[in-house]
Write a protein that binds this ligand. Structure first.
Ligand code: PMT
Length: 403
């Protein structure tokens, strides 16, 4: 994924043992397409060598305010000009205190003060230092000053103690940075999504399900959260990590999914968006047996009954949210997808061919709305999810303009 293509990130490293994770962070940012300029404090360079970052980034590492390599002697200005973000990871208690006071006594703190790009800090310190009222005051202050504070996490610390203060993992910091760079086009809105398959039990060990992996729904939940929405993800059984910043409610059956969606939408708000990505089982066994069905008879007849259509029910509410459905078809995509949009009275249907969408990391979709069909370029599910979010935002804006 090329989430940071064309971006320049300044990575600041202060003196904490978590500095070793900054090497992995630099690698991840470069892998995502960014150009990375590393700035280390003197203490930071005590923990990890300058050569490590020079080798990883292929660029000089900056340490001193008076660095002669910067032709105009303005390293404290030049390094953040044109940068997309400045990330300090790890950020020690001392460095956070400096930021809170607006002090600038070395290159990194001066860059932070003179920057014209977003600043994100990932605290890393002993749990007592983190809990100290002075640190908490400073963290609140930098938050109020518009600096994004990522973490910290809780767990075992380098000193052997256990508690809050560990730096987030490099992967989490990269994730939060990428999210912070996405336009906040769904700010103030709530998005409720369904994702994954449902599992309809037959006996204690068997059931009816399908091969939805949940990847498309989880990517959309992530894209909605990145765009600033408050996101609730009602998920069937999948083995995926919950996207950061997303509230996830696990369900198993279509009936549980329906009840959960209804209860989340009970306190409906005018700005809500409902996106049904789940591959819901259309039928469930009429009754699940208490004990395992034993092999014996040569044949077994299952009696099935229809599950409710969650999306159709929500879309037919008097003050229905903005409703988006998905259609996975094996043929005649346009006919079936557009048919579902009209039949269920949906604002938008995302059509995908089963062979493109189910299970894999990539997808190829066409969007169907009142104005016709719009094919999106094929791509990974997150890129497609972000494009769907942009399309939803355009439709919402048009709705607002016409009301
Ligand atoms: O999870 P992945 O492996 O990433 O795969 C993604 C996907 C292919 C499952 C996804 O992109 C997709 O297409 N999901 C919808 C599958 C489908 O065709 O559903 P449907 O035709 O049964 O239903 C149409 C719409 O109504 C869907 O939005 C569905 O969530 C909703 N529905 C359907 C039945 C039901 N009882 N309740 C519902 O809400």
């Amino acid at each position: 994924m090329n989430d940071l293509h064309g971006r320049r990130i300044v990575l600041g490293i202060t003196g904490g043992v978590a500095a070793y994770k900054a090497a992995e962070l630099a690698r991840l940012l470069i892998k995502a397409g960014a150009v990375v300029d590393v700035v280390m404090t003197a203490a930071g360079a005590q923990f990890v060598g300058v050569a490590t970052f020079q080798a990883l980034t292929g660029r000089p590492v900056w340490q001193a305010l008076w660095d002669e390599r910067m032709a105009n002697g303005m390293a404290h200005i030049d390094l953040t000009r044109g940068a997309d973000a400045l990330v300090v990871a790890p950020a020690t208690a001392d460095f956070i205190a400096k930021l809170a006071q607006g002090r600038a006594d070395d290159l990194l703190s001066t860059l932070c003060l003179a920057r014209d790009c977003p600043l994100l800090v990932a605290p890393a310190m002993n749990r007592q230092m983190w809990q100290n009222p002075a640190t908490q005051r400073n963290v609140a202050q930098i938050g109020a000053d518009g600096i994004a504070v990522l973490g910290p996490a809780s767990g075992e610390q380098a000193c052997g103690e256990v508690g809050e203060g560990r730096m987030l993992e490099a992967q989490e910091i990269a994730y939060d940075l990428i999210a912070s760079l996405q336009p906040k086009i769904l700010m103030g809105r709530r998005a409720i999504l369904t994702a994954g398959p449902t599992f309809e039990p037959l006996d204690p060990v068997r059931g009816l399900t399908n091969s939805s992996s949940g990847k498309m729904g989880y990517a959309l939940a992530r894209a909605c959260a990145e765009a600033g929405a408050e996101v609730t993800l009602v998920s069937g059984p999948v083995s995926l990590m919950t996207p950061r910043g997303v509230r996830r409610v696990d369900v198993q059956t279509a009936l549980q999914m329906r009840e959960t969606v209804k209860s989340v939408l009970a306190g409906r708000r005018p700005n809500d968006i409902f996106i049904a990505v789940a591959a819901v089982a259309d039928f469930r066994p009429k009754s699940a047996t208490e004990h395992k069905i034993k092999k014996g008879a040569a044949a077994l007849t299952l009696e099935l009954e229809a599950n409710p259509d969650i999306l159709a029910e929500i879309a037919s509410l008097p003050d229905a949210p903005f409703c988006v459905g998905f259609a996975a078809e094996s043929r005649d995509l346009a006919t079936y997808a557009e048919g579902k949009r009209v039949a269920k009275k949906l604002d938008l249907v995302v059509g995908n061919l089963v062979q493109d969408g189910l299970g894999g990391d990539d997808n190829s979709v066409t969007l169907f709305d009142t104005e016709g069909s719009h094919a999106l370029p094929p791509g990974d599910k997150l890129t497609i999810a972000r494009a769907i979010v942009r399309h939803i935002t355009n439709l919402l804006e048009k709705n607002c303009a016409s009301n």
